[in-house]
Design a protein around this ligand. Structure first.
Ligand code: ADP
Ligand code: ZN
Ligand code: ZN
Length: 727
């Protein structure tokens, strides 16, 4: 017989390598892209993912063979596989690491794709027989054979059988573990669904503009002011349009910050809701991942990485608060969960709804370009009216803990009426810096180019950019002067002032320090939801989608941080934050008021804020972006370098710069990053700004390949960030 050419599989490993590995497919083994395999790698075995089969064997190289398939089905179904391959190219991140990001940690490590506790068993008739004396095995087989859906291990053990009997029957091929796994009962909460409020006229009209899953891919930007009832529209949409067998994905910024949103989905859809976020443990991740992969008709509510899950029957995607910066992964595989969600909808041929009261300029631009359909919802739901925003110039006013007299008076008034106030401070801790009023010394982080924040509750000085912390001192560490004082505002300091000013009212602080314990945010929210008078003081966290019906006043301690920043995204982020916090006021039946303290009350950006028409502001900001030739009018990527010394970091970027010297592409830098030293790494960056995204993409591919070939100085790492959020 003629010797046939062996079939070759090209395989990706979970390593930061821009290359794949070829292996022979042993006879009798069938492989498809996305399937997990075990392969010999060096002296060990590794878990790989099949990328391609049937490739030409490279000449003159002896290849090893695949040791075996981990499952006889692809862990990554075709759309998921395509999505990640596309993302690997778009974000210039090694394919192997991209693909493995879509696996739960247990499967990355090579565990079997089965739930450990609850395997699902089915009787099969393979023609083999059970020995006459194995009564128990016979009984188990009969028992299972009566159940056409099979049964989980727990039920089998409960019925009096044991694992040895299962194993014996499995070896005789009389029973097998089935996947898809268990059929779920999702119709748990029908009476709650019936109690959903009727959509208002405005909501109905918005909902009617959204395409149904049957209409295939289309992208919608649902611009709805805070409290306009966007979440209610999502619930309504899923109820009306999602079939019993369909899957849906709901992306949310940070689940642990908004337990209310998840609870609302659960109330309406019961067990059909599954969640996905960073606080899940490995076995919870595996369980949920398998449900999604097995095509169970789940509605998955999750954070950015949920966009990568292996849905097989995805029929609707919703991205809530689509402007939120947490959708962008900040390290490693630096993808945007929102943007991948849109591409995924395209691959899965289903609608995607991007919702926000303050949509990103990118999305507004896409709507203007008719890439997204714009759906507007410009009145609040129920009887609520939009809050009235006014500026409070604090230039020559005395402040207490950052608060002016008029602001304190306003708080006092609404407390007297039995209502709640929310005070927004940009910084956690007591004060952003400790300063000596004799010698001018300010305490800096020894590892970063930043100052240490004073945390009075723990008597600590902490760096918010690395893990460094040290004990706080009473005297200046340099000249021992006693005139060593906190400067500026943090949440703790404002909390103290409020507690002194309103001794009979609870003051509740909400920031990363006060909510570290699991579930503590829920406790805080419960307290606020009693509706009793209180003052909430906190950071960004308070701005995120919460629904506090009895908050009628919001005070912004200082709005000036983002006004004069060099980051081109700063004005957009400032306006988004201010409108989002403002949106916490007056969501119930009582009207809301917002006081924004500033030293720049004549600043045009803040003036337009008071008019509150976000889309007008966005238009204005987009004009500025266009004039400055910034995204979304240009495609941007940043090469970042982190080294032992700034010299090395700049040196690496200096070698990149000439590689990027092409028409249509501008390079800015290399320059030290805004915080040049962070955790003892010296950081620099080179910005690439291009008219044409395709051209930028192929240029980046070339540069990355070139850099992989070159020998770069030791002690420096370089990385690439496409569509950077931070510059
Ligand atoms: P958004 O997501 O736009 O911030 P929500 O969906 O959270 O808005 O709605 C804001 C508030 O209005 C919630 O308390 C919600 O229960 C209520 N609400 C929403 N739609 C309606 C409606 N049609 N009738 C009565 N109340 C509604
Ligand atoms: Zn001093
Ligand atoms: Zn530091």
């Amino acid at each position: 017989m003629e010797h046939s050419v062996p079939l070759i599989a090209r395989i990706a490993l979970n390593r930061p390598l821009r290359r794949l590995f070829d292996y022979i497919i042993p006879e009798g083994l069938e492989l498809t892209p996305g399937q997990r395999v075990r392969i010999p790698f060096g002296r060990q075995q590794a878990t790989g993912l099949v990328v391609q089969v049937g490739v030409e064997p490279p000449p003159g190289i002896t290849l090893k063979a695949v040791a075996g398939a981990m499952e006889n089905w692809p862990a990554l179904p075709v759309e998921t596989f395509k999505l990640l391959s596309w993302a690997s190219d778009y974000y210039q991140h090694p394919l192997g690491e991209c693909l493995f990001t879509a696996l739960p940690p247990a499967l990355r490590r090579g565990r079997i794709a089965e739930e450990k506790k609850d395997q699902w068993w089915l009787a099969i008739d393979s023609g083999s027989t059970i020995p006459a004396n194995a009564h128990k095995q016979k009984a188990l087989w009969d028992w299972l054979n009566q159940r056409s859906n099979g049964a989980p291990t727990t039920d089998i053990l409960r019925a009096g059988f044991n694992r040895a009997q299962l194993k014996a029957l499995q070896e005789k091929q009389l029973i097998e573990v089935v996947s898809p796994a268990r059929p779920a009962d999702f119709n748990e909460a029908p009476e709650l669904l019936a109690r959903r409020p009727r959509l208002s006229e405005a909501q109905t009209s918005a909902a009617e503009q959204l395409a149904t899953p049957d209409e295939g891919f289309s992208a919608f930007l649902l611009y709805g002011i805070t409290g306009s009832g966007k979440t209610e529209i999502y619930l309504h949409y899923l109820k009306e349009h999602l079939g019993n067998q369909d899957q849906a994905l709901v992306l949310v910024p940070e689940i642990n910050l908004t337990p209310q949103t998840v609870a609302r989905f659960q109330r309406y859809f019961g067990a059909r809701i599954v969640v996905w976020h960073s606080a899940l443990n490995d076995s919870e991740r595996l369980t949920t991942w398998l449900k999604v992969r097995n095509g169970e008709p789940v509605i998955l509510v999750g954070t950015r990485s949920a966009a990568l899950l292996p849905f097989t029957n995805l029929r609707t995607i919703i991205v809530d608060e689509e402007h939120d910066s947490s959708y962008k992964q900040g390290e490693g595989f630096r993808y945007s969960g929102r943007d991948l969600a849109v591409y995924r909808a395209h691959l899965n041929k289903c609608p995607v709804i991007l919702g926000s009261a303050t949509p990103s300029l990118e999305s507004v631009h896409n709507a203007e370009q008719a890439k997204y359909h714009l759906v507007k919802l410009e009145e609040r739901a129920g009887n609520a009216a939009p809050p009235v925003i006014s500026l409070l110039d604090i230039r020559s006013r005395p402040l207490e803990g950052g608060l002016s007299r008029p602001a304190l008076n306003a708080i006092e008034q609404i407390l007297a009426k039995g209502e709640q106030a929310l005070v927004f401070v940009n910084r956690r801790g007591f004060a952003p810096v400790m300063m000596c009023f004799d010698c001018g010394h300010m305490v800096e982080c020894p590892r970063c180019d930043t100052r240490l924040t004073y945390h009075r509750r723990d008597r600590a000085m902490r760096c918010h950019h690395c893990d460094y912390q040290t004990a706080a001192t009473e005297q200046c560490p340099k000249c021992k002067s006693e005139a060593f004082k906190p400067v500026g505002q943090g949440t703790e300091r404002t909390e103290d002032i409020l507690a002194t000013a309103f001794p009979d009212t609870p003051v509740v602080r909400v920031d990363r320090d006060s909510t570290q314990r699991k579930g503590s945010i829920q406790g805080i929210l419960n307290q606020v939801n009693t509706g009793k008078p209180c003052v909430l003081v906190g950071t960004q966290m308070l701005a995120k989608g919460h629904d506090f019906p009895n908050v009628t006043l919001v005070v912004v301690v200082n709005a000036d941080g983002g006004l004069f920043s060099v980051d081109f995204r700063a004005p957009e982020q400032l306006i988004q934050t201010l409108l989002q916090v403002s949106g916490r006021a007056g969501r119930g039946t009582k009207p809301g008021k917002v006081l924004v303290q500033t030293c720049h009350s004549d600043h045009p950006l803040l003036k337009t804020l008071c008019e509150g028409h976000y889309l007008d502001i966005a238009d204005q900001l987009l004009k500025e972006r266009e004039e400055g030739q910034f995204p979304p009018f240009r495609a941007m990527a940043i090469f970042r370098a982190e080294g032992d010394t700034m010299e090395k970091s700049l040196q690496v970027l200096d070698t990149i710069k000439p590689l990027a010297n092409t028409t249509g592409i501008e390079t800015w830098g290399p320059l030290p990053a805004m915080i040049a030293r962070r955790a003892d790494k010296h950081r620099a960056q080179l910005i690439l700004n291009a008219r044409n995204r395709k051209k930028l993409n192929s240029l980046l591919t070339g540069i990355c390949q070139e850099l992989d070939q070159r020998k770069l100085p030791a002690g420096v790492k370089w990385m690439i960030d496409v569509d950077p959020q931070e510059t």
